[in-house]
Design a protein around this ligand. Sequence first.
Ligand SMILES: *Cc1c(COP(=O)(O)O)cnc(C)c1O
Length: 364
Amino acid sequence: MNTLYINLSHLEHNYHHIRSKIGSHVKLMGVVKANAYGGSDVEIGDHLQKIGIDYLAVATTQEGKQLRQNNIEIPILIFYPQFGNLETLFEFELEPSIYSFSLWDYLVDLTRRKRIKNYPIHLKFNTGMNRLGFELNQITGLKEKLSNSFFDIKSIYSHLGYSQEPSPYRLIDTQTKKFKKIVQEFTDYFTQRPLFHLLNTSGVFNRPNLTFDMVRCGIGLYGYANHSKWDQNLKSVMSLESKIMQIRHVEKGEYIGYNKAYQCEKDGRIAILPLGYADGISRHSGNQKNKVWINGHLAPIVGNVCMDLLMIDVTHIDCQEQDKVEFFGNHQSASHFAENSGTISYEQLSHIGSRIKRKVIDYP
Ligand SMILES: *Cc1c(COP(=O)(O)O)cnc(C)c1O
């Protein structure tokens, strides 16, 4: 049986740690996109709401709808709304991020037809990452459109592409300079000053002087901040555990799993675990690239990871069927596990599949 434990007391710890970094005058937005980075967006969103987070953010309208249908009432920003299901925004009071004139025009048209006024929206600027967003040279055009419309501009923001880089870092400075220009352009423009925000988790740890009015934290709330030094004060919220299904003895020269990927150098013991790449343990973890924690030892994953199963070498480990195995959590960090599989904590966590049961716990 596989379980992804979600530790709410660790979530609270991380929340308070981040709060202590940003100070009481800065708001905190909790990012719970992609099922709260593979955890469970409803439980985590609900808990963050209870402990006083100011805002939540998700990637899609559908994700926002799911939170609203589960009693989450605080403001929710939709980072990446797409044309097509914008009506759902109004129905569930979700606040879209507007990143282009075409999306702007589409929304204006829709609100006019529905006679909706003062709808809360956010403006997203590109300052150098070259992903979504308005350009600085569109500010004049944007102001023109703003003066002819009825929106409640809740916030104006941008996103750093290199926030974990040690300072000084020229590209961060360039982005920051552009963002400060945007802040200057809009500070006195509205009767109700919007919130300005730029930083994600690593930004909070790396550039605490750039918090502006709010920061947007995802990975930090879950226990990781893209640097071992910053991780030290955070606790892992998600821990992935499994149990040994079967142990078999293998003889020198035998092969393990598909395609003869692993041949035993001597007689040994192999344990079989009930999860595979369909559950988010990538094939890049196989062939001794990665290890799992069992009874105080690390056992290498041997052979190719299968869709539903994988094999570990437990020749030198005292263990038996049904013993607990940890992939990441309290004994091995998800960022370490991810690194051995050639990826990052974000991808490893958000890949944990829907077949794996989530279990919420609230003790340390
Ligand atoms: C996902 C996301 C975040 C959160 O980033 P973390 O590094 O997980 O804190 C912040 N802002 C935007 C725009 C995002 O897409």
